[in-house]
Design a binder for this molecule. Structure first.
Ligand SMILES: [Zn+2]
Length: 646
């Protein structure tokens, strides 16, 4: 056992150390990789979920679980005692539980009862007679080798030659290894977990470690108590020959332990990366309110899981790289404290965790990280024309955990809300949502989030949510600009990538770049083809659409040359050997110019690198005598001026 190090960070120390820290660890995982790994937990060929779950006639409040796990043997011996409140008169209660396991006994309020599986995933307990609504204590003793209806739900694996067993129950895997209630409308108020393992192993789980007791028979029991509400899918265990180290961080005057259960062979690597957890903990607590499980702990348990999983108070992690660390920690606020109330709304978990990873790059990343994060999120989403943030098929795990839609597009929805409302209102709205007494430590739907943001912004966001969350696709912008009398004009055209949305109403920025200076101006786009103008006070050479990457969109900018014959002077005319061209307007730009003979044939091309902005001289001695046109080309626009070769 190695001792932890005490970290007490102030905001100043945080800022000072962050760049250095991240500079040392080149161990970043992109948002795309995280989503891909989280999505990969489920094989494409797996049967779809039945989608029907048990427990409608009761609320469960508390569970005590005793589990025996030997990582060498893919097996569980379990005793689970569930305290519940029967809501209606009933003679049966049912649990989500996989029939691959053997139920040895069921005792309700001290009396043995019969039970049977009504289908593959439903354990029915017979109460013997109709009973009135009341409190029940249901103890189920069971054992066996869990089947994996949800891949990786109960996984045996190896690091080197050492075995491990870990669980991953999201979305529908909890029932594979313990009798529970999987619906997303009823959290346990708290849970006690004891895991007994062979000596030499540690068992990580939810909540606070309250004891670690060795037994004479060569086993050791780890007792964990989690006194916060928790849904079935966030209950976890991870067992192997861990070493551990702890860090401590001050949050709101409380000292929080960050407990790391790590493979012995990775101990030094993890220790080297672990300062980031403290920085992220401080950052997220500042942005969104204190860490939700301040009275217990945060922690990591290393396993061979693809990516990571945000088990409440102890994330199961394949590695401690910065992006993954941020993502799973972010879930403690968004996913664990406030949990999506349906798998349709998984973006309230994954879109948030993805965006908070972006924010961690913005605040404590290296130069360029934040910009790269935005580019990669945008490029991933616009790689295809369709798909909504809301999940349209919750029987498909692939669809629920779509990296492109639930993760990146969800994150960009948050980024665009921040763009519309501004930083202050954005964070205020998200905090109000997160702290809503109806939602905190409970469940939220997209409509709950929308209501909070609308209220905080004092703005009707129904069109925004309809377009960006419930409908499909993204805008495709075409910005044309030109200059007239010193003013810059913009015509913004918008098509959409999917017919479910006819127009995305968004504010947009353009960056106007001159020779010595630049400026950014912002407009509100109300319809396709709308024309805007501004007087920048200096000559514009280039225009960039959405320079700070606020909008999820494809875009193109083209200069619409405002050239007429007055802009271009050619001389001498008629010309002998050398034709000189003088450009009058400083905003003139053409990609190239062509010399076209009387039959329409292009006989010469003037194509300097960077295009034509100023005058030039060209050798025409090789041209046959006759009439020619010099045609300037910029995109679809052309302008031509005639001359005669002697
Ligand atoms: Zn996630």
């Amino acid at each position: 056992m190695r001792n932890g190090v005490l970290y007490i960070l102030t905001a100043v120390a945080l800022l000072a150390s962050s760049l250095e820290l991240l500079g040392q660890s080149d161990d970043h995982m992109s948002v795309f990789e995280i989503a891909k790994m989280e999505g990969k937990r489920w094989r494409g060929d797996m049967p779809k979920s039945s989608g029907t779950f048990n427990g409608e006639n009761y609320n469960w409040s508390f569970a005590e679980c005793w589990w025996e796990i030997d990582p060498w043997i893919r097996n569980i011996n379990g005793r689970v005692k569930i305290y519940l409140e029967l809501l209606v008169e009933a003679d049966q209660i049912s649990f989500d539980f996989n029939q691959a396991l053997t139920v040895e006994s069921v005792v309700v309020n001290g009396e043995t009862k019969t039970s049977e599986f009504a289908d593959s995933y439903s354990l029915v307990v017979n109460l013997g007679e109709m009973i009135m609504p009341q409190s029940l204590e249901v103890e189920i003793v069971y054992s066996g080798e869990p089947q994996q209806s949800s891949a990786l739900s109960f996984t045996q694996s190896f690091h080197g030659v050492d075995p491990e067993i870990y669980t991953l129950s999201e979305p529908y895997g909890a029932r594979d290894w313990w009798p529970c209630k999987q619906t997303l409308n009823d959290k346990l108020d708290s849970i006690f977990i004891e895991i007994t393992v062979p000596e030499g192993n540690k068992a990580g789980s939810n909540g606070k470690l309250i004891y670690e007791i060795p037994h004479d028979n060569g086993t050791v029991s780890f007792g964990w108590n989690h006194a916060y509400p928790i849904p079935a899918y966030l209950v976890s265990l991870a067992v192997t020959n861990y070493e551990s180290f702890s860090q401590y961080v001050e949050i709101e005057g409380e000292t929080l332990e960050i407990l790391n259960y790590v493979y012995p062979e990775r101990y030094d690597d993890w220790l080297g990366l672990s300062d980031a957890t403290v920085e992220l903990m401080v950052l997220f607590s500042e942005l969104f309110g204190p860490y939700p499980y301040l009275k217990e702990k945060y922690g990591h348990a290393q396993t061979s899981i693809p990516g990571g999983m945000e088990h409440a108070t102890m994330s199961t992690m394949s590695s401690l790289n910065f992006g993954l660390n941020a993502h799973e920690l972010a879930h403690q606020w968004f996913g664990d404290k406030v949990t999506c109330g349906s798998w349709e709304d998984i973006w309230l978990n994954e879109g948030f965790a993805t965006y908070l990873t972006g924010l961690s790059y913005e605040h404590i990343g290296q130069e360029g990280d934040w910009d790269n994060w935005k580019s990669s999120a945008i490029n991933s989403v616009i790689s295809m024309p369709d798909g909504s943030v809301i999940v349209d098929d919750t029987t498909s795990r692939d669809r629920i955990f779509s990296g492109r839609l639930s993760y990146q597009k969800g994150a960009m929805v948050l980024h665009m809300l921040r763009w519309i409302g501004g930083d202050e209102k954005f964070y205020e709205g998200v905090r109000a949502y997160h702290n809503d007494a109806q939602l905190a430590y409970g469940y939220a739907r997209t409509s709950d989030f929308e209501a909070h943001m609308s209220q905080t912004f004092d703005m009707d966001l129904s069109e925004f949510f309809s377009n960006w969350v419930y409908s499909e696709g993204h805008p495709i912008y075409n910005l044309n600009w030109w200059v007239n009398d010193g003013r810059v004009y913009f015509k913004l055209l918008q098509e959409t990538s999917h017919p479910s949305v006819s127009f995305f109403r968004m504010p947009f920025e353009v960056k106007l770049i001159g020779d010595q200076q630049d400026t950014i101006v912002k407009f509100d786009h109300q319809y396709s083809g709308e024309v805007f103008q501004t007087d920048p006070g200096f000559e514009i050479l280039e225009v960039v659409f959405d320079p700070n990457k606020w909008i999820l969109a494809e875009s193109a900018v083209s200069f619409e040359p405002n050239i007429d014959l007055e802009d271009v002077l050619i001389f001498p005319n008629p010309v002998g050997n050398s034709l000189r061209v003088s450009i009058l307007k400083p905003t003139f730009f053409a990609e190239f110019a062509e010399v076209i003979d009387g039959t329409g044939r292009v006989v010469d091309l003037i194509s300097p690198a960077g295009g034509i902005r100023t005058g030039f001289e060209t050798d025409v001695s090789g041209l046959a005598p006759g009439t020619y046109r010099l045609r300037f080309v910029n995109g679809q626009s052309t302008v031509a001026v005639g001359f005669v070769k002697l």
